[in-house]
Design a protein around this ligand. Structure first.
Ligand code: DGL
Length: 274
């Protein structure tokens, strides 16, 4: 009988990882989820991998301090920068990261051309290079960084003319080159999926790795005997290092219940979740 009622930690640079949290909430309704959005430092995408790695280590430390049994890095950029390092530092803790879902895109394409949108830092990482190396043989993969897009989303501009103009500038050239699958390589992008779908039209399949990540978490919990007991009560908690009211407003706009958001504080490179 599973009986580990410790929470699962989830983090992102801001509201993006909430798309992963939502998927996990549905797939794992008994698990208690602790979420941290590093709004003070968003966006991570234009930062160096070293800087994002330092944030990620401090965040993992704070979540482990809250007793987390597993940590999901619900941010492609932080996964690219820090997943290997976190696993090395805490070998006893299961860490699940995000990587651009190139494999399913390659499996599903008919045109032989797939697109990936992600942050600049994600495209610079070894993790991304290894994904393309392993899975993209025989298929043309178009990489498109989207500088400024995370900022638009964090500002609540989910479907404004400015966000649409930015997206068209990136997606229309990919369409012209024949993509029939687009990988969302940043956890913020599913928030604007309706706009992306409108621009791409029906012929392009959109691939979001969140469901695969939720399945991977479920598998790990099962294999390691870490599942929550059958009648565990949900006591999920959310923190931001930015403005809690603003964060809560965004959650409501994303269709989430207006749960309280706590204030997290950075001091000299270490994070406190109170
Ligand atoms: N959600 C993050 C990701 O998946 C956004 C990165 C950023 O803050 O620029 O990459």
């Amino acid at each position: 009988m599973p009986s580990d009622s410790r929470p699962i930690g989830i983090f992102d640079s801001g509201i993006g990882g909430l798309t992963v949290m939502n998927t996990m909430r549905q797939a794992l309704p008994r698990e208690r989820l602790l979420y941290f959005g590093d709004t003070l430092h968003v966006p991570y995408g234009p930062r160096t991998l070293e800087e994002v790695r330092a944030f990620s280590i401090a965040i993992a430390e704070a979540l482990l301090g809250k007793g987390c049994k597993l940590i999901v890095i619900a941010c492609n950029t932080a996964s690219a920068a820090a997943l290997a390092e976190l696993r090395q530092r805490w070998p006893e803790v299961p860490f699940v990261g995000m990587e651009p879902a190139v494999k399913p895109a390659v499996e599903q394409t008919h045109t032989g051309v797939v697109g990936v949108i992600a942050t600049v830092a994600t495209f610079q990482s070894e993790l991304y290079a290894s994904v393309v190396d392993r899975f993209a043989a025989g298929v043309k993969v178009l990489h498109q960084p989207c500088p400024g897009l995370v900022k638009q989303i964090e500002a609540g501009e989910f479907d404004t003319p400015a966000t649409e103009a930015l997206l068209r500038g990136w997606l229309e050239p990919m369409l012209a080159q024949g993509i029939d699958a687009l990988v969302l390589g940043c956890t913020h992008y599913p928030i604007i999926r309706p706009l992306i779908e409108r621009i791409l039209g029906r012929g392009v399949r959109i691939i979001d790795p969140a469901p695969a990540v939720a399945r991977q978490v479920a598998r790990l919990l099962r294999e390691r005997g870490l599942e929550a007991p059958p009648h565990a009560m949900d006591g999920s908690i959310i923190w931001t290092s930015g403005n809690p009211e603003g964060f809560q407003k965004m959650m409501v706009r994303m269709g989430m219940p207006p749960v309280a958001v706590g204030q997290a504080v950075w001091t000299d490179g270490s994070l406190s979740l109170v």
